[in-house]
Write a protein that binds this ligand. Structure first.
Ligand code: HEC
Length: 156
């Protein structure tokens, strides 16, 4: 049977919808790049990504992403609420180096098992809260985590 122009148009539309519904980038974001701790630090950039400080600043503010202001104060004057649960992050890059900051953002529990700070790039296999929405994937992607770390490095 020969396909009609109408059939081809329908198949074309279905194919287009399928590619919109499952962009390949969302698959890439699911990938967990494993990291290892050396001297209370993670030496290698997560996934080998290079961070961007301007993007990192936005992720830090974004309540669906980092939401760091819920617990920390930061030099971000346009935001009115700054939390006090965690230590202020002004000057963090003078206290810690980039590799030490990387571990603290990825998984602060490795420094203090009792911390309430969520691990933003924690190994999902270590996540035992199965009802957690984030089960199976880190809170931030490797790229986003590197963006946040690069932003924190500007806070001298
Ligand atoms: C639910 C509260 C909470 C959130 C949200 C949170 N933190 Fe934290 N953070 C803490 C607490 C509390 C500590 C203190 C250390 C501890 O508990 O072990 C901490 C410690 C840190 C440290 C180490 C500071 C130091 O002086 O050693 C860094 C860096 C840090 N947080 C960055 C971030 C960033 C970046 C975000 C957002 C992506 C964030 N935190 C989100 C609670 C939080």
């Amino acid at each position: 049977m020969k396909t009609t122009i109408f059939q081809r148009a329908v198949f074309g539309a279905i194919f287009l919808l399928m590619s919109i519904a499952s962009p390949s980038s969302s698959l890439a974001e699911q990938t967990f790049y494993s990291w290892k701790i050396e001297n209370y630090a993670i030496k290698k950039p997560l996934g080998g990504f290079t961070g961007n400080a301007q993007r990192g600043r936005k992720i830090v503010i974004n309540q669906d992403k980092g939401n760091c202001l819920a617990c920390h104060s930061l030099p971000i004057p346009e935001e009115s609420f700054h939390g006090t649960v965690g230590p202020p992050l002004q000057g963090i890059a003078s206290r810690l180096n980039k590799e030490q900051i990387r571990l603290r953002v990825a998984d602060e529990q490795k420094i203090n098992p009792a911390t309430i700070m969520p691990g933003f790039y924690k190994n999902p296999k270590e996540n035992n809260r199965v009802d957690d929405n984030f089960w199976g994937k880190p809170v931030l992607t490797a790229q986003e985590t590197e963006d946040v770390i690069t932003y924190l490095m500007t806070l001298k």
